[in-house]
Ligand binder design. Structure first.
Ligand code: UDP
Length: 329
């Protein structure tokens, strides 16, 4: 008799990270239940999986109610708008999916006896005063600023997840995800990489916010997925940073994208958005020690792979016909 497959529920399964997680868990032999309300996610990201017996998709909003028949061994909660322009457009949905959605899923995990991993974020550190960011740092978040809806939803998400762990003994995992990039990022999601690549391919100037001296540290999606997979299967329940510590200023990043796409770097400077963190870099000591994980794909290679994806969609980019999500709700 063959062993029954483990079943994993992935919320946000049609999103950028969620869809890559679906691929990975299917490749590892799991039965994958993907769930998404398709506000910022897209069926294009998972259309190659339809028809596979070990894959199912449910269109649902987890902030309202969530139920999945049958056993569930693992839940990965990745449903949330994640780009600043998205969560500025839909701040209340952002707060609800991080709070009510997480509560619903923790309840489901309890009923099913499942282990739950939540997608937290480097945004819990806000505009950090500790650099690089270690997991013990409490952060510097403005709750009433424009990013508060996302940052506080994620901070609440961590708090309620810890409460379920401590109060109910639920098996939980918390990953703090730093800036991640790769194929299937929404072409116009407003984040810096899709913005710069699309602008470069259209021959436009790159929109650099502020003076471009703020830093970020970009992790290729396959590395992130590997870290998440290891964390889920580990026995460590406190937050773990997963990200690539290679830090770069946004201006230098623009120069890299220009070189990669063979255009001259011509920036158009725009105002720095309110509360935009001035620097960000993960300390990944814990991930190294506990998970034996570190990133493998450097930026040159990761950007080449991402450019391939953007080139496949170049006609949409040229026509500026990219789906202008988030949709109505
Ligand atoms: N940024 C930029 N031009 C753009 C989009 C973003 O200079 O067209 C900057 C933004 O101000 C921030 C950094 O790039 O400092 C990363 O922004 P992103 O929205 O990708 O993610 P964040 O890390 O802020 O969540």
């Amino acid at each position: 008799m063959t062993e029954e497959k483990k079943r994993v529920l992935i919320t946000g399964g049609a999103g950028f990270l969620g869809s890559h997680l679906c691929d990975r868990f299917l490749a590892e032999g799991y039965h994958v239940v993907a769930m998404d309300n398709l506000i910022t996610g897209s069926l294009q990201n998972i259309e190659h999986l339809f028809g596979r017996p070990a894959f199912e998709f449910h269109q649902a909003d987890v902030s309202k109610f969530v139920f999945v028949p049958g056993k569930i061994d693992y839940i990965l909660h990745f449903a949330s708008p994640a780009s600043p322009i998205d969560y500025l457009k839909i701040p209340i949905q952002t707060l609800k999916v991080g709070s009510l959605g997480t509560h619903n899923l923790l309840g489901l995990a309890l009923v099913k006896g499942a282990r739950m991993l939540i997608a937290s974020t480097s945004e819990v550190y806000g505009d950090p005063e500790v650099h690089p960011q270690v997991e013990e740092y409490f952060g510097n978040v403005n709750p009433v600023g424009p990013r508060g809806c996302y940052d506080e939803a994620k901070r609440f998400q961590e708090a309620i997840t810890m409460a379920y762990h401590n109060h109910h003994g639920l098996e939980t995992r918390i990953v703090r995800i730093f800036n991640t990039y790769g194929p299937r990022m929404r072409l116009n999601d407003g984040r810096v990489l899709p913005a710069f690549l699309s602008q470069a391919l259209r021959g436009e100037n790159l929109t650099v916010f502020g003076d471009g001296s703020q830093t970020r540290s970009f992790c290729y999606v396959d590395d992130l997925v590997e870290g998440i997979y290891r964390l889920l299967l580990s026995d460590y329940h406190l937050p773990v940073n997963i990200g690539n510590p290679s830090e770069i200023t946004i201006k230098e990043f623009g120069e890299e994208i220009a070189r990669l796409t063979g255009v001259e770097f011509k920036p158009t400077y725009q105002a720095l958005p309110e509360n935009d963190p001035l620097k960000r870099r993960p300390d990944i000591t814990k991930a190294k020690e506990i998970l034996g994980w570190e990133p493998k794909v450097d930026r040159a290679e990761g950007l080449r792979r991402t450019l391939e994806y953007f080139k496949e969609h170049v006609s949409e980019i040229m026509a500026d016909e990219v789906d202008n999500k988030p949709r109505s709700f």
